[in-house]
Design a protein around this ligand. Structure first.
Ligand SMILES: Cc1ncc(COP(=O)(O)O)c(C=O)c1O
Length: 512
């Protein structure tokens, strides 16, 4: 994630994805991993009388892990433990800290928490913001702008007034946008199933025929995307995610060489789970790149298009326009929904694409339904009114969400900032924070947390088949719990991270 980032003070890297904490400010400028005292220039641990020889760990400790930021470190109230970099401690020092932490962990267990950091869903207070929807459209108010009686069958593409609002936000002309159902994930599933069974415009050969089908999966990514591929037997090829989007050299190399690769998953803005935003250059390369498969598709899941956490409403380069200009009009499938704008279970989903793709999908949808829920679409159009109305509504969400994301940063920075055993993203939008712990520790952290009554997303979830090859990444979802619960969960999580790290450093895992 170091790629296109620029350096800010205070150990925070600023890049298109927002920031990444856990770096020392001079590291990136030199283009080298920072070499803390105790590590030589090859990244090997320097022996230092009586200290732990961690050289076996070093190749698996990424740049992210070696360098640490600002802030205070503390085991509970032990002031003498402040500012300790765990990776610099001797065996005896580590043992002492581990014993302290075990006591803290037992105290956590005694509190019998039932806390949950797994759920990337809106809180009840966020849903309350859309309560007026429940009274709309209201008796006697069932006609859409063009006179359509929304109560009746038909209108497969959805209400034009709603498509106009979201066409602007999703960068798709309203006539090329379909409003359908309550879930964009469902539309992604539709697209994949129909592609596998029947093929897509341009090459009417089912993806399911022949020598196999593969998808590129930038990691860490969204587990439900990967679950769709797994269900349909689509091979998943991972590509590293950088600060500006997927590693495009790797993407271009792979898609040019292998006609089995039919698509790529992209969450281009405030990505799930890292918060990354794709740069203009990345979007341009995706739009223009040569693919061996003539029927290649970009699944452009713009789920967090308007979900800003700061006052800056970051934009996104228009993939549909660029791909069309590059002669690849059929390449992008754009998805979005109001799930995290209005009511997560009763929103409206969108699909935008070239006219040929829109005809293709609606042709298939027409066989399974006579039309979508237009009453719900009408109530959304009446409630949100305009694209500006959507932004204003999301500003109210931000008031509720920002303190939660700020709390995550504060607890992690204060308690892990100098520990050398964790780094994390500082998203400027979306619903998640990605936390990287020492290699080999993520599943142990999740297990320890579970043992203390703190549910975390399964380690490995942001990777295809649920397997993180480095066992390093943990997805934090701070939106749902109330602030007080979030604080308890984060404080407990910190204990688990330190304990798992020390066990790893001592290479002596303990069973509970
Ligand atoms: C990236 C991404 N896409 C899609 C979804 C689900 O969207 P929907 O509710 O529209 O199916 C989520 C939900 O967390 C998500 O994070």
């Amino acid at each position: 994630m170091t790629g296109a980032a620029s350096v800010q003070d205070g150990g925070v890297l600023d890049g298109p994805c927002g920031h990444l904490r856990g770096f020392r400010a001079d590291d990136h400028a030199s283009g080298q991993p920072g070499i803390d005292p105790g590590w030589d220039e090859d990244g090997d641990r320097v022996e230092d009388g009586g200290r732990l020889d961690g050289s076996d760990l070093v190749p698996r400790l990424s740049v992210l892990h070696l360098n640490v930021a600002v802030a205070e470190y503390g085991f509970g109230d032990h002031a003498d433990d402040a500012d300790v970099n765990l990776t610099h401690l001797s065996t005896s020092e580590l043992t002492r800290h581990r014993d302290d932490l075990r006591r803290e962990y037992e105290a956590l267990q005694a509190r019998e928490f039932a806390l949950d950091l797994t759920r990337g869903k809106p809180s009840a207070e966020q849903l309350d913001l859309s309560e007026p929807l429940l009274e709309l459209p209201g008796a006697g108010r069932h006609r859409a702008g063009d006179g359509t009686d929304t109560r009746n069958y038909g209108g497969l593409r959805g209400l034009l007034e709603l498509r106009k609002i979201f066409g602007e936000l999703l960068q798709v002309p309203a006539e090329q946008l379909v409003a359908f159902g309550n879930s964009s994930l469902e539309l992604m599933h539709e697209c994949l199933v129909h592609a596998v069974l029947f093929g897509v415009p341009g090459l009417a050969r089912p993806w399911g025929l022949g020598t196999g089908t593969a998808f590129l999966c930038p990691v860490p990514g969204y587990d439900r995307h990967f679950a769709l591929c797994e269900k349909l037997g689509i091979e998943m090829i991972t590509v590293p995610m950088n600060a500006a989007g997927p590693d495009m050299d790797e993407v271009e190399r792979l898609v040019a060489a292998d006609a089995r690769i039919k698509g790529i998953w992209c969450v281009p803005k405030y990505s799930n789970p890292s918060g990354i935003r794709y740069s203009e250059k990345t979007v341009g390369r995706l739009a223009r790149m040569h693919t061996a498969a003539a029927d290649f598709r970009i699944f452009w899941d713009n789920a967090y298009a308007v979900h800003h956490l700061t006052e800056v409403r970051h934009g996104l380069t228009d993939i549909l326009r660029l791909a069309t200009a590059a002669g690849h009009a059929d390449r992008p499938f754009v998805f979005g929904s109001t799930s995290k704008i209005t009511l997560a279970g009763s929103g409206v989903a969108f699909y935008g694409a070239s006219p040929a793709n829109v005809d293709w999908l609606t042709g298939h949808l027409a066989k399974r339904t006579i039309g979508p829920d237009k009453v719900n679409q009408l109530r959304h159009a009446l409630f949100l009114q305009t694209a500006a109305g959507v932004h204003a509504h999301l500003d109210r969400h931000r008031v509720l969400l920002k303190p939660k994301f700020d709390l995550v940063q504060r607890v992690l920075t204060d308690q892990l900032g100098d520990s050398g055993v964790a780094t994390w993203t500082v998203p400027e939008g979306g619903y998640f924070v990605t936390l990287d712990v020492l290699d080999g520790c993520a599943s142990r952290v999740v297990d320890l947390a579970a043992g203390a009554g703190i549910a975390l997303t399964a380690a490995g979830a942001p990777f295809p088949y649920g397997k993180d090859p480095d066992d390093r990444v943990i997805r934090l979802a701070p939106t749902y719990p109330p602030l007080a619960e979030l604080a308890e969960a984060l404080n407990g999580l910190v204990v688990c991270i330190k304990l798992a790290a020390i066990e790893r450093l001592l290479d002596a895992p303990v069973t509970r």
